[in-house]
Design a protein around this ligand. Structure first.
Ligand SMILES: NC(=O)c1ccc[n+]([C@@H]2O[C@H](COP(=O)([O-])OP(=O)(O)OC[C@H]3O[C@@H](n4cnc5c(N)ncnc54)[C@H](OP(=O)(O)O)[C@@H]3O)[C@@H](O)[C@H]2O)c1
Length: 301
């Protein structure tokens, strides 16, 4: 597999992230099969995916779509929300997938274990993506950030498979790098995301107000999440996360906060719940995270 080969790529969950990657890969000459519910699959088969992006341009790309994977593919990218992961995997039977890579783009740290229990462990290659992309309607994607960066990893996955897929993704648009240390890669994203998601959602405030009105709590929570990250093999310097939050535009909202505003289910268990479980496992005290997660759960999330 090289960037010049035409691949066949399945995309489970053609939403903000999955739809963007599906359209970019199709535009780059690869065969793309989106896996979705009946209505979304019909819309995508008929109209393709339309992307509006300052970085990648405005374009429409044709894709195939089905409700279930029916043939082997080179890779299956998984881009459903954590709340839909279990139920959506019935669309990707392990026996049909064969030797294909399974590449989840979900935020969080626990989904690779779930996927490795269902598919070949040495074919599950988690990816962390930095971008903001929204599915405004089926097949209509708005990519808002002036960047899109993917960190591809997978400790048991053969290097040549990771490198070849990274070349394909990179050639299609998003800057893509392979990282050797899976835990460090996933916790790098998680330790930055968890305090941002929990505090912006709990207080229904953008990052600018959180970092001024709730600064003590932000600092304490970042200390906690960094301590858990360090125990799990991830980044261990809280000042890096604080510097990143201070550099965010003041109006920035987390995707968890946007889900709460829209009345959608939150990825609270995949982010906050997973943080607490890792803290418990490594006996790291996390009182602020514990309180925030329980307050969000008490609020019905
Ligand atoms: N969006 C971002 O900017 C961003 C950035 C970084 C990381 N992430 C992470 O990426 C993951 C995906 O987020 P997202 O924002 O792209 O989500 P999203 O826009 O809500 O897209 C999820 C997609 O999954 C589909 N889906 C739901 N249930 C399904 C099922 N049972 N079978 C097949 N498809 C199903 C939805 O279908 P319909 O279209 O038919 O509703 C939708 O297209 C999350 O873990 C998120 O945290 C997102």
């Amino acid at each position: 597999m090289t960037a010049n080969d035409g691949l066949t790529v399945a995309i489970l969950g053609p939403g903000g992230i999955g739809g963007l990657l599906a359209a970019l890969l199709s535009r780059s000459g690869h065969r793309v099969i989106c896996l979705a519910g009946d209505e979304t699959a019909k819309t995508l088969s008929a109209k393709g995916i339309h992307v509006r992006s300052g970085l990648f341009g405005d374009f429409t790309a044709p894709v195939e779509a089905d409700t279930e994977l029916r043939e082997p593919v080179d890779a299956c990218l998984i881009a459903v929300k954590a709340t839909a992961l279990d139920m959506s995997l019935t669309r990707v039977p392990p026996a049909v997938l064969g030797d294909g890579l399974v590449v989840p783009f979900l935020n969080g740290v626990e989904h690779p274990g779930l996927l490795r229990a269902r598919y070949r462990a040495d074919r599950v290659a988690p990816a962390a993506i930095r971008a903001e992309s929204t599915r405004v309607a089926p097949g209509e994607i708005e990519h808002g950030t002036p960047f899109a960066e993917i960190d591809l990893t997978g400790d048991p996955v053969p290097d040549d498979r990771l490198t070849a897929l990274a070349q394909v993704l990179d050639a299609a648009g998003p800057t893509t790098r392979v990282h050797a240390d899976e835990a460090a890669t996933l916790w790098s994203k998680m330790s930055l995301l968890a305090p941002f998601a929990l505090l912006t959602t709990r207080y229904a405030l953008p990052i600018g107000d959180v970092r001024t009105q709730h600064r003590e709590e932000l600092l304490a929570l970042v200390d906690e999440s960094t301590a858990v990250s360090a125990a799990c093999g991830g980044p261990s310097d809280p000042s890096m996360a604080i510097a990143r939050y201070d550099a965010f535009p003041a109006t920035t909202k987390s995707s968890m906060q946007r889900d709460a505003e829209a009345g959608r289910p939150l990825e609270l268990d995949a982010i906050g719940g997973a943080l607490l479980r890792a803290a418990d496992h490594h006996e790291v005290p996390v009182p602020v995270a514990t309180r925030l997660v329980s307050e969000l759960r008490a609020a019905g999330h």
